[in-house]
Design a binder for this molecule. Structure first.
Ligand SMILES: Nc1ncnc2c1ncn2[C@@H]1O[C@H](COP(=O)(O)OP(=O)(O)OP(=O)(O)O)[C@@H](O)[C@H]1O
Ligand SMILES: [Mg+2]
Length: 471
């Protein structure tokens, strides 16, 4: 079960009462422990007396302003995350605050959901958001698996369920969806967890070698068999055999595998005796095995014996709510690896990611973030650093151009449809120009002013970003 920690403590600093109250109610509602200070001086007194996980401070205050609160906070308690808010949006102030170590900057009035999401991400990257559990402890981080969408939660439940049994499992999912991670999680959680997990890629080994790889051979059984060699199935004795790309197995090997599944025995190439093996088989495939059974390219009897418990992992584009949390996870991982100080994917870059199709699923997202971290020279990942596959961009272009073939009988919302097309074209233009807004506006034949207005209208950028990024 997930283990919940005590809620993170947040200090709200603002000389304006209504703003303090608004933030206090909002944060309490989201389960945070909140305290308020009505001046910079009071805030510093409080911060000196007790640690806070996060401080949200107004900038313009007398006599101690928000920047001073930020600097002192970072000296008194460097681990505290500080977020700035200000009614007087100024690029210089924002830049100064970021340089002094602020995590983010919001001009007032801000969007409640956006600020909550930034707070949650900030605390998550420190690893102490109460609504999240620590790795290995709960459903959001399940072993090495990350994702909090309903389908992922269902997968975690299924992993726990099948781990209690010794039945064979087939994991079905497109390439890069995390099939191997799921197989590892099942193995680790099962009673066989401390026994070997042997991974065989049925597609990666040449046909003539795989039989010997899997079942072993006796000395002299074929040219080159200089000694007895134990097969991978036998090395998995007592543990789990993970057969990746099971759909690639030849008919001959399907028969041999059926024997293993049915009788729990194998015979080495050139051998005469049967060897009894106790292995649990987890198979994975990105092919439609049912279809292969119908087409008679995959044995039906084998299919039913391997597929006692199926686990289907949906593609990333069908669980888009996992994109931000995965992106943030990979960001923390690669900033550490590259020794860089990038703490966030800018909201516009995140929006691009959330709307992208991910033909390569989580693996592709991982590579995009890795390249982004490598290329980025500022402290947040900007759209220019995202390299999305050209192939998919083309598809998106076509999707943009596609029109409605028939007006549905129940009626149609023309304005909404036009708005969607407009939003997609704005995104497309930004993709094509690598995020350069002036060029994107030119591409669309509209003024920069108009382009800017539309970006804000569709939530593709915040005022703050537009000011800070400029051209
Ligand atoms: N839910 C997830 N949380 C964290 N990382 C993930 C998740 N899903 C996939 N990954 C990462 O994405 C990459 C691809 O995952 P994995 O190899 O398990 O996919 P796969 O489905 O086996 O792909 P293929 O069909 O190409 O073999 C790995 O680096 C893995 O760590
Ligand atoms: Mg795999």
């Amino acid at each position: 079960m997930p283990q919940y920690l005590s809620p993170p403590k947040i200090l709200v600093v603002d000389d304006e009462r209504s703003m303090r109250e608004l933030l206090e109610i909002l944060l309490l509602k989201h389960g945070y422990d909140v305290q308020c200070a009505e001046s910079g001086l009071e805030a510093l007194d409080i911060v000196r007396s007790q640690p806070f996980d996060l401080v949200i401070t107004d900038i313009r205050m007398q006599p101690v302003n928000g920047l001073e609160v930020l600097k002192q906070c970072k000296t008194i308690s460097p681990r505290t995350t500080v977020i700035m808010i200000s009614a007087y949006a100024s690029t210089e102030l924002a830049v100064e605050a970021m340089n002094e170590g602020a995590y983010d900057y919001f001009p007032k009035p801000f969007n409640n959901e956006e600020i909550i999401s930034v707070i949650s991400t900030a605390l998550r990257s420190r690893g102490d958001d109460p609504t999240l559990s620590k790795p290995q402890e709960g459903p959001l981080y399940f072993g090495c698996l990350i994702g909090e969408s309903p389908p992922m939660r269902k997968i975690y439940e299924n992993i726990q369920r099948v781990a209690k049994t010794s039945s064979n499992v087939v994991i079905i999912g497109e390439s890069g969806t995390g099939k191997e991670l799921v197989a590892k999680a099942i193995h680790r959680q099962s009673a066989r967890g401390d026994q070997p997990l042997v991974i065989v890629n049925c597609g990666g080994v040449p046909e003539n070698l795989i039989e010997s790889e899997l079942f072993g051979h006796k000395k002299g059984s074929f040219t080159g068999a200089a000694a007895n060699k134990m097969g991978l199935v036998e090395t998995a004795q007592g543990g789990t055999l993970f057969l990746d790309e099971i759909g690639e197995l030849s008919p001959l090997l399907q028969v041999k595998l059926l024997r293993l599944v049915q009788d729990k025995t194998i015979r080495m190439i050139g051998g005469t005796e049967d060897i009894l093996v106790d292995v649990r088989i987890i198979s994975a495939t990105n092919r439609d095995l049912e279809r292969m059974v119908m087409d008679k390219t995959f044995r039906e009897d084998l299919y039913y014996r391997l597929n006692v418990l199926p686990i289907r992992i949906p593609p990333l584009r069908e669980r888009r709510e996992d994109i931000p949390v995965l992106a943030q996870y990979f960001l923390s991982k690669f900033t550490k690896d590259f020794g860089k100080d990038i703490h966030k994917v800018s909201s516009y870059a995140m929006d691009i990611l959330c709307n992208y199709e991910f033909p390569g699923n989580v693996r592709e997202l991982e590579h995009i973030i890795e390249r982004g971290v490598a290329m980025e020279s500022s402290r947040i990942i900007l759209p220019d650093s995202l390299t999305l596959s050209m192939y998919r961009r083309k598809e998106q272009e076509q999707a943009t151009a596609s029109d409605v073939s028939e007006i549905p009988i129940e009626g149609f919302d023309l304005d909404q449809h036009m708005a969607e097309i407009e939003k997609r074209l704005l995104q497309q233009a930004l993709h094509q120009t690598g995020g350069a807004k002036l060029k994107a506006a030119q591409l669309l034949g509209i003024s920069f002013r108009s382009f800017r207005y539309r970006l804000l209208k569709y939530g593709l950028a915040t005022e703050d970003e537009l000011k800070n990024l400029g051209q």
